[in-house]
Design a binder for this molecule. Structure first.
Ligand code: PLP
Length: 217
């Protein structure tokens, strides 16, 4: 698929859901992709990208940004507290705020660096033990705690369990966001982004459908 095809499909999904055209932002997930593919998408005019590892992003984005200063990069993967400083300095948004210790470190570092990255709280809607994210039952308290630390929260993020219908998880995320007065919803990947748009996604994270399969070899 091409970038343009994905953009068209997002617009169609917005129209079907009676949402304004352009109300969903497309994060092109460039992790593991060869630089040539990322460059091609930058040259097509796309400016919003996602990476899931701090170190990998540090290795490529300073150079890309030198050439494309308006490019934005979002961290969509887990964040360790010892990488918070680097993450706050590099990323325009962090989608994986999921525990008090990390939130505290982020609050400190954001103040120190005078930055204001968009922050999304990751929710483990499937309650999977191996997956990051606050549990749904703890979400309201955790959101309140983050706000009490002075963090400006944009919205919520989810990665649904691989084997389940994602729409149920998107709907649950939207419900938790609504009752906490949060408007941002980071949900939907290559296989399900249209369903996410139908349920109100403001940010979809699409990798392989744009760039092709990732080669971990
Ligand atoms: C890799 C990744 C994506 C993109 O996955 P695709 O299936 O390639 O679209 C989206 N979100 C997160 C958190 C990821 O790590």
């Amino acid at each position: 698929m091409s970038l343009q095809e994905i953009i068209t499909r997002i617009s169609k999904a917005e129209e079907l859901a009676n949402r304004p055209t352009g109300s969903t932002q497309l994060i092109a997930v460039s992790k593991v992709q060869p630089n040539s593919r990322v460059l091609a998408v930058l040259q097509q005019g796309h400016r919003l990208f996602g990476e899931n590892k701090v170190q990998e992003a540090q290795g490529k984005w300073p150079d890309f940004r030198a050439e494309f200063p308006d490019a934005k990069v979002h961290l969509i993967g887990p964040l360790q507290t010892n990488k918070v400083k680097a993450a706050v300095s590099l990323f325009d948004a962090i989608h994986s705020v999921d525990r008090v210790k990390l939130a505290r470190k982020l609050a400190d570092e954001i103040q120190k660096q005078g930055k204001s990255p968009e922050l999304f709280i990751q929710i483990n809607t499937g309650e999977e033990p191996q997956k990051a994210g606050a549990l749904p039952a703890q979400a309201d308290d955790f959101i309140a705690e983050c706000r009490a630390m002075g963090l400006l929260i944009t919205g919520l993020m989810v990665i649904p369990p691989a084997e389940e219908e994602p729409s149920l998880h998107f709907a649950l995320l939207a419900k938790i966001a609504a009752r906490n007065d949060l408007t941002g919803l980071s949900m939907g990947m290559s296989c399900d982004f249209e369903r996410a748009v139908a349920l109100g996604a403001t940010h979809v994270r699409v990798g392989s459908a744009i760039f092709g399969a990732r080669d971990y070899g």
